[in-house]
Ligand binder design. Structure first.
Ligand code: CS2
Length: 497
């Protein structure tokens, strides 16, 4: 079997790129070389360079802490990889992405990455490091100062282990060398992600050098962006199916849906690629309404399907949404509990957006694991559900689906499903959740309250909120008594728990 490198002539039905890779300069450093980056920003950048005449936006992409294997694979493949896009009808198309100029792993030696971040040609540093990579308390945006990685970066700023640590050290070196600061572009699913990045960087910088923190706050741009594309983790089986289809083996391949969207705040003092040459990308002045729409509608219903789908015994989102009751309940959440909380520009049609989401979730070619979407709930649910819950409390409106979602999450993080089978919970707070479950093993009510009291998830307003507590408690009881499938069935019929 062939491998994917620049010497391989790829089949004519595979989309390539039109530029000469030898002429590309590295204008972007990206931290967090996951599947999402490869299927989204990197591909957008590749297509932008093919469509326009700028060639100085190549990407040096780095993994800071894990997945050295992917970096090695990309190095062996001249940093080329393929993206397979599946539409809901089972049709697919394949592209080879040429935008990566380098792939680095910087856990052992941070210097090569720092050096690239200091180069004047690097004008953007972008991030897809997931919610927990910011080390901020999800409820109030305060830096988690006691986390070992943060303590490390405060003590050894020249050998950082966090993305924020890399940004601070490279900005410091740029400042000393009189090189203007790069723009920091967050591509993570958190609300006001530009503002959150600023908070994370400046709070950590304050621990290291208060004057530098002040300088960063005044001189560095942190535009926000809303990113959207469903990119499930690929399995060994997917890789071998793609290899058979494409005629070459690519261990860095990604598979995704055909849909993609990227709404970006247009604030790049040192310039930026014309990403909006490509369908689905758009520069706007204010990203916030789009972020809220995506987080509360797409991600909100996704998490609902993930926790309750898992508890009902479904392995993928696609399988879950095939069940008529789950589809109806997700639609109820979207249209009656998420949409109503939003205030969107006139041209946005939220009804069609909701319909489109249900179609995207149903894509039978995406085997998106419920367990993957269910990970890191402590970091996700404030922006996906709790802002909507607050809206309903303020407007005296009902939020049964959100309440059952929260109950499902609380059951899931206990580490035991409804029939007592163990669940592998992946969350930065999973140990703490386990302790709370064990301590309250004799009383489901006490366990439930101990979770609902967590300020880091529920914030000051909603932790210990008696009305919310009562509602979730009823949902939790129903869930334990009749199971996830039947509880969702009640919601699908318009009932209340
Ligand atoms: C998902 C997202 O894993 C998750 O939590 O909800 O990754 C989702 O697939 C993307 O945000 C879609 O853009």
């Amino acid at each position: 079997m062939n491998s994917l490198n620049s010497r391989l002539t790829i089949a004519p039905w595979i989309n390539g790129f039109t530029y000469d890779r030898r002429q590309i300069k590295t204008g972007i450093v990206h931290l967090g070389l996951g599947a999402f980056h490869r299927a989204h920003q990197a591909l957008y950048t590749c297509e932008t360079m093919s469509a326009g005449d700028e060639r100085d936006w190549g990407i040096c992409a780095a993994n800071i802490r894990s997945n050295v294997q992917l970096v090695e694979t990309l190095n062996q493949q001249d940093n080329l990889y393929s993206v397979t896009e599946w539409d809901a009808g089972g049709q697919h198309s394949v592209s080879v992405c040429g935008a990566l100029t380098q792939s680095l792993f910087s856990r052992k030696d941070p210097q090569p990455l720092l050096e690239q971040m200091v180069q004047p040609e690097t004008r953007i540093v972008s991030l897809s490091i997931t919610e927990k990579g910011y080390y901020l308390d999800p409820a109030n945006g305060k830096l988690l100062k006691d986390e070992p990685d943060i303590l490390h970066d405060v003590q050894y700023p020249e050998h950082p282990v966090t993305a924020m640590g890399f940004i601070i050290e490279s900005l410091k070196r740029r400042r000393e060398a009189n090189i203007p600061p790069f723009t920091v572009l967050s591509c993570d699913n958190i609300p006001e992600n530009g503002q959150r990045s600023r908070l994370a960087v400046t709070q950590l910088a304050q621990q290291v050098d208060a004057e530098l923190a002040e300088w960063i706050d005044q001189h560095v741009a942190f535009p926000s962006s809303m990113v959207d594309r469903i990119v499930p983790a690929v399995t060994e089986k997917d890789l071998s199916t793609m290899a058979d289809q494409n005629g070459f083996l690519d261990s860095a391949a990604v598979a995704t849906e055909s849909f993609r969207q990227w709404i970006i705040e247009d604030h790049f003092p040192l310039g930026r690629p014309d990403w909006d040459l490509i369908d689905g990308a758009e520069f706007v002045e204010d990203v916030r309404p789009y972020e809220q729409m995506k987080l509360r509608m797409l991600n909100g219903s996704h998490s609902f399907l993930a926790y309750l789908g898992y508890l009902a015994g479904y392995q993928t989102i696609g399988e879950t949404i095939q069940q008529p009751d789950f589809r109806l309940a997700a639609k109820r959440l979207l249209c009656q509990e998420a949409m109503v909380t939003l205030d969107m520009p006139e041209e946005v049609d939220l009804e069609s957006y909701a319909e489109q989401l249900l179609e995207r979730f149903s894509n039978p070619c995406l085997k998106h694991k419920t367990q993957q979407v269910a990970s890191d709930g402590s970091q996700k649910i404030p922006q996906r559900w709790l802002n909507s819950v607050q809206w309903h409390l303020d407007h005296n409106a009902s939020y049964d689906c959100l309440a059952l979602g929260i109950a499902g999450w609380i059951r899931y993080i206990s580490g035991k499903d409804i029939s007592g089978e163990p669940i592998e919970v992946s969350d930065p707070l999973s140990e703490h959740f386990q302790q709370l479950y064990q301590q309250n093993a004799d009383s489901p009510e006490k366990y439930l309250s101990s979770i609902l009291e967590l300020e880091t998830v529920f914030g000051q307003n909603l932790s210990k909120h008696s009305e919310l507590q009562n509602k979730v408690s009823r949902a939790y009881q129903t869930l334990n008594e009749i199971g996830a499938e039947a509880a969702v069935g009640i919601l699908a019929k318009g009932g209340s728990l």
